[in-house]
Ligand binder design. Sequence first.
Ligand SMILES: N[C@@H](CCC(=O)N[C@@H](CS)C(=O)NCC(=O)O)C(=O)O
Length: 219
Amino acid sequence: MITLYGIGDIFEGGHGETKDLRVQWALEEVGLGYRFHALDQTAGDLDSEEYARISPFHQVPVIDDDGFVLAESAAILLYVAEKAGRLIPTDVQGRTLVMQWCFAAVSTVAPTLQCIETIEIFDHEKTATKVLHETRKLAERWFGGVERRLEGREWIACPEFTVADIAMASVLRTIRKTDLMDPFPRIKSYYDRCYARPAWRRTLTLAAERLGMTVDQLR
Ligand SMILES: N[C@@H](CCC(=O)N[C@@H](CS)C(=O)NCC(=O)O)C(=O)O
């Protein structure tokens, strides 16, 4: 059975934003049995030596599948899909396209969005306006590519929903409260399509129960 190490509590503002949710979403999609091991970041659970044995960077998510330990959310998504034989095609080219779009999500789009988020959280004095401007331009460039990719497509990698959609939608979710997606109608409807899935709704409900919050507070 898979154990998913994720967040039971975290600093203010981190609730519902953590990358364990994308893994739980995939597990809910494929129907593999799993248990959730909730860690309290505020109590230092992630800093312990015991946790360092399974998490190279003291972070979540990590899974332990009967002794097979894996970190990095994109790698875990691919593993869950491979293990379940779902959310990834069987042919090598289809599988590689899923990998391409998982990488695009976490290594091209995510760092730029993370940078915008960091500036917006910490730059109270608004001294980083130039950096913010340039970073938003970069985000628009990535979004332009995603928008083109979605022309005539329902899902990002393949004709059917795959873990690449979970990766991409999860990365886009980090800027859902900004105006960045507004000029990109295909991305906006893709985003809504992804988040209308019942497995995501279950994931959010489970996260809300875990964190002692309401689904609306996490949405
Ligand atoms: N590249 C990693 C990043 C994981 C990550 O950023 N985890 C955050 C939660 S979303 C975390 O554990 N933060 C606590 C910390 O860094 O102390 C992945 O995709 O899994």
